[in-house]
Design a binder for this molecule. Sequence first.
Ligand code: GTP
Ligand code: MG
Length: 182
Amino acid sequence: MDRMFKVVVCGPGAVGKTALCHRFETGKFEEDYWPTVGCSIYVLNIEIRGVDVRLVVWDLAGQSRYDPLRSSYYSNAHALILVYDVSREATATAAGHYFTSELSSLLGIRCFILVGNKTDIKPLVSFASGLEALIIKSYPKRFLHILTSAKKNENVQTLFRETAECLLGSSHINAQQSGSMW
Ligand SMILES: Nc1nc2c(ncn2[C@@H]2O[C@H](COP(=O)(O)OP(=O)(O)OP(=O)(O)O)[C@@H](O)[C@H]2O)c(=O)[nH]1
Ligand SMILES: [Mg+2]
């Protein structure tokens, strides 16, 4: 194993954090909602141009009853993936609150990926520019915004591969500038 990184996936409840991890790991999608209890760990192995990258992904519970627990999970994270649901504007607002209260001043974050999930329900998102601007202020050179559908398996590979690329320091998001991609 060449390189190993800790990646934390967070965001409000029922936006599809677990579905994205599960889709990447197993290729499957679960229609039923089974809220994560505390935190689940996924170990995702990705090969990037001959380098084996192991992402140890901490998939955090988003329901508000877990708010007091979450801060303990962020320590030593290399990358953050913040997920909202493109079909529910309130989840972008909630993601903004997450960002301000928990994520804006973490140390050691090399890559920040904002994810709008559920594009199979609503293909474009019109309300996330404020959230983008907020995050870019704290992570100007390490930010990417990706739209996904765990259900249709759209951009899920891209999400985790770009995360691995960024962590290796070889991604365009590190080398040049932040931007949106979908
Ligand atoms: N249509 C659609 N539904 C999705 C998608 N991703 C997840 N879902 C559904 O949304 C619900 C919540 O998905 P989860 O992955 O459990 O959500 P979560 O963000 O992990 O939720 P917590 O663990 O409570 O924080 C489930 O019913 C999923 O089937 C998607 O891309 N499209
Ligand atoms: Mg979950």
